[in-house]
Design a protein around this ligand. Structure first.
Ligand code: NAD
Ligand code: ZN
Length: 366
């Protein structure tokens, strides 16, 4: 069991990581529960597998449950589902001082978090992330959003949860491919800022993916601690520190967009391929040694994640991929900052990248 603090002035919170976190709901959530009925928003799959354990823990604490199920998939991060959810939360008489529980992956966390950000100008919420990606990334840091027809996550708010309960036993039922996709974000923390963690993952990554309890706990706790440090430094993405979390995401976003944000390429798969591209592009600029670039490629490959975009069969070219990057919201005053690497564990934001050069580089990779 690990407890990681997210230190934000006046609004800090804790992330509990372990296999029995849900079973301890009664004691962990008690400070946030004002009514004897918990208002729970849950992903259908997560609830099917883990709802009973959650209900038992709630019932032993003397709490009933009002449940709202969200169908799986990115489609649930829409205006229509936000409207349905906020209407339901109002029917449940959720007040500003109450907390809503979000149980599921990043989709449920982002949707519920945003609903709570705007419900009566902001009520509390508790994240219970049930995917690896949500445990190491989306449940921590307070970014909440839905998608618009123009792009992903374009309508949203910063709204921090009051508590995060990352129960590792929920990952027992996570499909293999989702597990690998989340692992890309774990690897990202090593590559962007922690060489020792990257080295540890080289030796223990297969145990993490096999859901070995000890390895998984160490990987999730280390990732959460890295995210917590960066979020504490730059809560609202204003100083640049938080931009580090986008390592692999500019390239990855272009790949995801080219695939139509579909199941053909999951977010973590795009990030994995994007990290390899960021590493190779850094090496091409002479910033990163070839041996570090190869180690990153091998770590991605070894996790069963895509490392070669040529193999993705995308029917595109470098110029088109760059156009997708320009539609990404991270663009700043006409320039596109790129997260590049000086070594494994040392990412930096390059603001002098020539997009024609990036397109030429991508053509070589395709
Ligand atoms: P997801 O929420 O779509 O879940 C993936 C799949 O796993 C779904 O089919 C879901 O039903 C299923 N599932 C969830 N928990 C399960 C369990 N324990 N057992 C079996 N199946 C389970 O996907 P995700 O990868 O968790 O999140 C992706 C979303 O997160 C995207 O919308 C992305 O934009 C967002 N995101 C947000 C942030 C942030 O900072 N807010 C960061 C990264 C990603
Ligand atoms: Zn990501």
């Amino acid at each position: 069991m690990a407890v990681i603090p997210v230190e934000l002035a006046g609004r800090g919170y804790q992330v509990h990581v372990g296999r029995d976190v849900i079973d301890r709901l009664g004691s962990l959530a008690a400070p946030f529960v004002r009514k004897s009925r918990l208002v729970v928003v849950a992903d259908t799959n997560a609830w099917r597998h883990h709802g009973e354990r959650f209900s038992q823990a709630a019932h032993s604490a003397g709490w009933a449950i009002a449940l709202y199920e969200v169908p799986p998939g990115e489609g649930s991060k829409s205006w229509a589902s936000l409207q349905r959810l906020t209407d339901w939360l109002l029917e449940q008489e959720v007040e500003r001082g109450n907390h809503v529980f979000a149980l599921g992956g990043g989709v449920v966390g982002d949707l519920t978090g945003f609903a709570c950000a705007i419900l009566k100008r902001g009520c509390g919420f508790i994240q219970i992330p049930t995917t690896l990606l949500a445990q190491v990334d989306s449940s921590v840091g307070g970014k909440t959003a839905i998608n618009s027809s123009t792009g992903k996550n374009l309508i949203g708010a910063f709204h921090q949860p009051s508590l995060v309960l990352a129960d590792l036993a929920t990952l027992d039922t996570l499909p293999e491919r989702e597990m690998r996709s989340g692992y890309a974000e774990v690897l990202k923390y090593g590559v962007l800022g922690d060489r020792a963690f990257f080295d540890w993952l080289q030796h223990n990554g297969s145990q993490v993916l096999a859901r070995d309890p000890e390895a998984l706990e160490y990987a999730v706790a280390t990732s959460v601690a890295a995210k917590a440090r960066i979020v504490a430094e730059d809560e609202r993405e204003t100083t640049g520190a938080r931009a580090l979390l986008n390592l692999g995401h500019t390239f990855g976003h272009a790949l995801e967009a080219q695939m139509g944000f579909s199941d053909r390429l999951l977010h973590g798969e795009g990030v994995a391929a994007g990290m390899v591209l960021a590493a190779r592009y850094s090496a091409r600029r002479g910033d990163l040694g070839d041996s570090d670039a190869s180690l990153i490629t091998r770590a991605v490959e070894g996790a069963g994640l895509p490392s070669e975009i040529a193999a993705l069969d995308m029917d595109t070219d470098g110029a088109e991929l760059v156009t997708h990057m320009l539609h990404d919201k991270k663009m700043d005053a006409g320039t596109l900052p790129f997260l590049l690497l000086r070594s494994i564990g040392a990412a930096y934001l390059a603001k002098d990248v020539d997009l024609k050069d990036v397109a030429a580089f991508l053509d070589e990779q395709l």
